[in-house]
Design a protein around this ligand. Sequence first.
Ligand SMILES: NC(=O)c1ccc[n+]([C@@H]2O[C@H](COP(=O)([O-])OP(=O)(O)OC[C@H]3O[C@@H](n4cnc5c(N)ncnc54)[C@H](O)[C@@H]3O)[C@@H](O)[C@H]2O)c1
Length: 259
Amino acid sequence: MLLDLSGKKALVTGIANNRSIAWGIAQQLHLAGAELGITYLPDEKGRFEAKVRELTAPLNPGLFLPMDVQNPDQMQAVFQRLESQWGQLDILVHCLAFANKADLVGDFSDTTAQGFRSALEISTYSFTSLCRLAKPLFSPEASVITLTYLGAERAVPNYNVMGLAKAALEASVRYLAAELGPQQVRVNAISAGPIRTLASSAVGGILDMIHHVEAKAPLRRTVTQQEVGNTAAFLASPLASGISGQVLYVDGGYCITGL
Ligand SMILES: NC(=O)c1ccc[n+]([C@@H]2O[C@H](COP(=O)([O-])OP(=O)(O)OC[C@H]3O[C@@H](n4cnc5c(N)ncnc54)[C@H](O)[C@@H]3O)[C@@H](O)[C@H]2O)c1
């Protein structure tokens, strides 16, 4: 069987620029034939919108909508448009996260309650909200994908509160896979190795993390957005029809290493 997503409707969240993992995913889904809906985080000056619109134009997205996951009305509006224009959803990609920069450096015990709440609301609860809104629209054999990191299960310096957000996200994958499985919807996470992006640049010492992976991972390198995108396309396709509730590592093998 070849990887073929033609005729599938895919909603991709989390593209900020051409370094975004979501951009790597959107390109690979498009190459495999999927029709894309893109959401972007709106800002007052419209800079994100302009950048993401220009970047994604060659992929001819059928939907292009603002969505701040802290704005429930905006989230609902996305799914109302999706229902009226597409009627159903085959692929949902949750590829967004946020934590205060101050909470991504230094001692974990210094995390503030506000920082804890916003990291988990934006990075974790948003995944559950998206699945709830998409639930009535999922086609049989739909695939849901989110992005996580090894800091969910190991104490990675400076990753701090985002590690908790990812641990809760991985648990959400299992609960949502159990809930949506009877309607044949699969829910999985990709645990990507460190990649330089806007979000990762907020994590203290990200370059040291990348160099460490380059020295220690079995493949002696970290991964690219395109490699993560290829795995997302696989998970979105019938080739992965038996896989649900899993965390797949796309990290050059780093997670298996000991010393
Ligand atoms: N870069 C890495 O090393 C790495 C590794 C593993 C997992 N991840 C995960 O991959 C995902 C994508 O991150 P990235 O590294 O591509 O960085 P990125 O900065 O390109 O993407 C993060 C996205 O989150 C969006 N976002 C932030 N707050 C939002 C809100 N309130 N509403 C809607 N969108 C919001 C931003 O607009 C941006 O598009 C994240 O979940 C991240 O934790 C990244």
